[in-house]
Design a protein around this ligand. Structure first.
Ligand SMILES: Nc1ncnc2c1ncn2[C@@H]1O[C@H](COP(=O)(O)OP(=O)(O)O)[C@@H](O)[C@H]1O
Ligand SMILES: [Mg+2]
Length: 411
């Protein structure tokens, strides 16, 4: 019996945090959002195995933080374990940069904080220690450059190369953060070129982002459900789910790829809650196999859940979850029981699900998704333009009706 050496310990835990290119991107995008960035750009070369570059315009780091940040268990987000119960940042374990340093051939970060006259670029060794620091003319924010991910883990590299769903997983991660942060700009650029895989400019709300990703005719099938309560503690939900009776081909698909669940804006696996909404929709649509599009953000006090259960922090245990689930069963059951105020316009089954995204039966999305400006839409075929106009018109009408209802409530 012997204790493992430090390098082996570090490699073993790194490979748990960064299991593939998608998880590397997830960690870097989360760091950008935690730094209050307004914009995050991810650039990939050879699917990310050759190079991943993530650039943000957030708070940046000074030279000292930059030289420390890639060492294991180094974080600016909590002071001690007890702070986990009050933190709302995505990160807090101080593991991601250290893991990337140990799994990449080269690892470099350039950063400049708001008030600094110049930025610094630091290269790290596989232990996350700085090996070279240079002054650079950087813009405010941070740029992380990883090359040769898994160069020292050939089996994992091979698995990633063969994994047909790798790009779909990366897209899903970009969508997850883009949908829950409508005001931010997100870009995923592929293969060193400026070919946009996914570009989302700042938008007004979650529904607009879903329209941007899946097309306005898909977003048009969704309706907002909100609820708040004070028992067992103060909690609320904000959801977008298919309206009663909408075209099944538009509002659902054969996999759960279009289900987006969050707790306090953190993408999580909430299988119990997911099943409640899926069952309610399936019951109303008399379909037992398809999955509806769902966006659902559950807001709960930060001390009412434990997120430190899995390396990717997607597994979550919520206090009194059974009680919340009972309420949700009633809310979504009632939503689909109520007679629709206006049954949505009948939409032809042949209408394209989205001009931008194609889902195959295995649920992997092969996408070329580009955010479109009004000008670009003008140039598209009249049907798509009219769908966009219908979506905007319906949204405008809904806003007017909500405002009228709020006014009535106040009166
Ligand atoms: N994009 C970024 N902008 C500003 N600071 C960053 C960025 N990425 C990482 N950092 C800093 O480096 C620290 C370590 O990052 P990381 O290893 O991901 O751990 P964690 O996010 O859990 O704190 C962060 O706590 C933060 O202070
Ligand atoms: Mg982090």
């Amino acid at each position: 019996m012997h204790q493992l050496d430090a390098v082996s310990i570090s490699r073993l835990s790194s490979e748990q945090v960064i299991i593939d290119v998608a998880s590397a991107i997830k960690e870097l995008v989360e760091n950008a959002i935690d730094s209050n960035a307004k914009s995050v750009t991810v650039q990939l070369s050879k699917g990310g195995l050759d190079k991943i570059v993530v650039t943000d315009d957030g708070s940046g780091m000074d030279q000292m933080s930059l030289e420390l940040c890639a060492q294991r268990h180094t974080t600016s987000k909590i002071e001690s374990y007890d702070d986990i119960s009050s933190t709302l940042t995505y990160g807090f374990r101080g593991e991601a940069l250290a893991s990337l340093a140990s799994l990449c051939k080269t690892f470099e970060i350039a950063s400049k904080p708001h008030n600094a006259s110049c930025g610094y670029s630091v290269s790290y060794n596989d232990k996350g220690q700085p090996i070279r620091t240079q002054k650079v003319a950087a813009s405010v924010g941070t740029k992380v450059i990883c090359t040769g991910l898994f160069h020292n883990a050939p089996v994992r590299k091979e698995i990633h190369k063969k994994n047909k769903g790798a790009m779909a997983k990366i897209m899903k991660i970009m969508y997850e953060y883009a949908i829950v942060h409508p005001a931010m700009t997100f870009k995923l650029l592929k293969n060193d070129s400026n070919d946009a895989n996914f570009v989302k400019q700042p938008l007004a709300d979650h529904l607009d982002v879903l329209a941007n990703i899946y097309g306005p005719n898909v977003a048009d099938t969704l309706e907002e459900v909100t609820h708040s309560a004070d028992v067992p503690y103060t909690w609320s939900i904000n959801a977008l789910i298919p309206s009663y009776g909408t075209d099944i081909n538009l509002c659902s698909c054969s996999s759960d790829q279009r289900i987006f669940l969050y707790v306090n804006k953190r993408p999580v696996t909430l299988s119990g809650i997911k099943q409640i909404v899926v069952n309610a929709w399936r019951h109303s649509s008399m379909n037992s196999s398809r999955y509806p599009i769902i966006f659902l953000n559950l807001t709960v006090p930060p001390n009412s859940y434990d997120i430190n259960l899995s390396a990717d922090k997607k597994k979550i245990e919520i206090e009194h979850q059974d009680q919340i689930c009972e309420s949700l069963k009633t809310i979504f059951g009632d939503f689909y029981k109520s007679i629709p105020k206006s049954k949505p316009d009948a939409v032809s089954e042949t209408v394209q699900i989205s001009s931008q995204t194609v889902i195959d039966e295995q649920g992997s999305e092969e996408s070329t998704v580009v955010s479109e400006t009004e000008d670009q839409l003008e140039k598209k075929n009249p049907k798509e333009k009219s769908n966009e106009s219908v979506f905007k018109e319906k949204k405008r009408k809904k806003e007017i009706s909500d405002a009228t209802q709020n006014k009535k409530k106040k009166d």
